[in-house]
Design a binder for this molecule. Structure first.
Ligand code: SF4
Length: 291
C-alpha cells in the first residue's frame, strides 16, 4: 500500500510516521515557499521478521524522469557522442577495448568530454594497449593526455594502474567494483561505469557531478547530499534496479544541455512546473542576466 505524507491542505487523521530520522523531509522555513511544494511518500514493506518498514521515494519522480527522457530523446549531448562508450577502438580485441574504456574514464574526471575524446584519439594513435602504455615514459604520457584536468596525476595513475593490470590481472582490467577501486585513480563512480560499459554489468548508479547536482535540485534524495557517494547510496535505496543503468547517461546529458551547473535553462525545461528548484534558480539566473 502506498502512503502519502500529507501536506497541510490534505492532512488526514491517519498520519504516516516514518521511523528513521533520515526519511523526514527537512523543511527550511526560509525556503518554505518552494521547498514545501515537494511531496514525499512512503511505500510500506515488511522485513524478514514481519516488522513494517517504509521506503522513501519522491512523489513525482516518474513524471520528472519521463520529462528528462523526452528532453534527452535526440541523444545529442556531448556525452552521447564523445563519452566513454564512444572513445574506444571498436575493432580492437575485447580485452583492449575494456582497457581503453577504463583509460577514457580515468581521463574524463574534471574534464570536458571534448578534451577527453581528443586525448583518447592521441593515445589510440600511439597504440593504447597495456603493453604500449608500460613502454612509454611518464613525460611522453603527460604530453599525450594534456590538457585533461590533473594531467600529471592522471598520467601517474594510469601508469600505476596499468602495471597492476599487467602484474595482478594478467593484462585484463578487474571484473569487479572491488578490484577496480583498488587501482590508483579509480573511485566508485568510475568503477560502476567501467562495469557497465566494459563488462556489461550494472553494479550501481554512477553518480558524477551532474547526477549529484540534479538529484539535489529535483529533491530526489530524502535529505540534501553533500557528496556524490552519499547521493549514490540514497538513490540506490529507492530507484528501481531496472533504471540504474539509465540514470547516469540521462542526467549527465541533461546536465550538459539543460540543467546546467550555473544558470540552468529552467524556462525550457519540461520539469519547470514540477521541479522544486526551478523558481528559485530561475529568479537567480534572471537576476544574474540582468546584471
Ligand atoms: S526546472 Fe531548472 S533546476 Fe529544475 S530540473 Fe529543470 S533545469 Fe533543472
Amino acid at each position: 500500500m502506498m502512503l502519502t505524507r500529507r501536506t497541510r491542505a490534505s492532512r488526514s487523521p491517519v498520519p504516516v510516521k516514518p521511523t528513521a530520522a533520515h526519511l523526514e523531509e527537512q523543511v527550511d522555513p526560509s525556503k518554505s515557499r518552494w521547498r514545501n511544494r515537494v511531496t514525499v511518500r512512503y511505500e510500506q514493506h515488511v522485513d524478514s521478521e514481519g516488522n513494517e518498514t517504509k521506503c522513501w521515494e519522491p512523489l513525482r519522480w516518474r513524471e520528472q524522469l519521463e520529462n528528462i527522457q523526452t528532453m534527452r530523446q535526440a541523444k545529442d549531448a556531448p556525452v552521447d557522442t564523445l563519452g566513454a562508450e564512444k572513445c574506444f577502438d571498436e575493432k580492437a580485441p575485447a580485452q583492449v577495448k575494456r582497457y581503453q574504456v577504463l583509460i577514457s574514464l580515468m581521463l574524463s574526471s574534471q574534464t570536458k568530454d571534448e578534451v577527453t575524446a581528443a586525448a583518447m584519439r592521441r593515445l589510440r594513435e600511439s597504440c593504447l594497449t597495456v603493453e604500449a602504455i608500460l613502454g612509454i615514459d611518464n613525460v611522453t604520457l603527460e604530453k599525450l593526455i594534456y590538457p585533461v584536468g590533473f594531467w600529471r596525476n592522471k598520467a601517474r595513475h594510469i601508469k600505476l594502474a596499468t602495471a597492476m593490470i599487467q602484474d595482478e590481472y594478467n593484462g585484463d582490467i578487474p571484473d569487479s567494483v572491488e578490484g577496480l577501486i583498488k587501482l590508483p585513480g579509480v573511485g566508485p563512480k568510475m568503477a560502476h561505469l567501467v562495469m557497465k560499459i566494459a563488462w556489461g554489468k550494472v553494479t550501481g548508479i554512477a553518480v558524477d557531478t551532474h547526477v549529484h547536482r540534479i538529484c539535489n535540485r529535483l529533491h530526489w534524495l530524502p535529505k540534501e547530499s553533500r557528496n556524490p557517494e552519499a547521493t549514490r547510496l540514497m538513490l540506490e535505496a529507492w530507484v528501481p534496479r531496472e533504471l540504474w543503468c539509465d540514470v547516469n547517461w540521462l542526467l549527465v546529458g541533461f546536465g550538459q544541455q539543460t540543467c546546467l551547473p550555473v544558470a540552468p535553462c529552467c524556462a525550457h525545461c519540461l520539469n519547470q512546473n514540477i521541479c522544486p528548484s526551478s523558481s528559485l534558480l530561475c529568479s537567480k539566473s534572471t537576476k544574474r542576466h540582468k546584471k
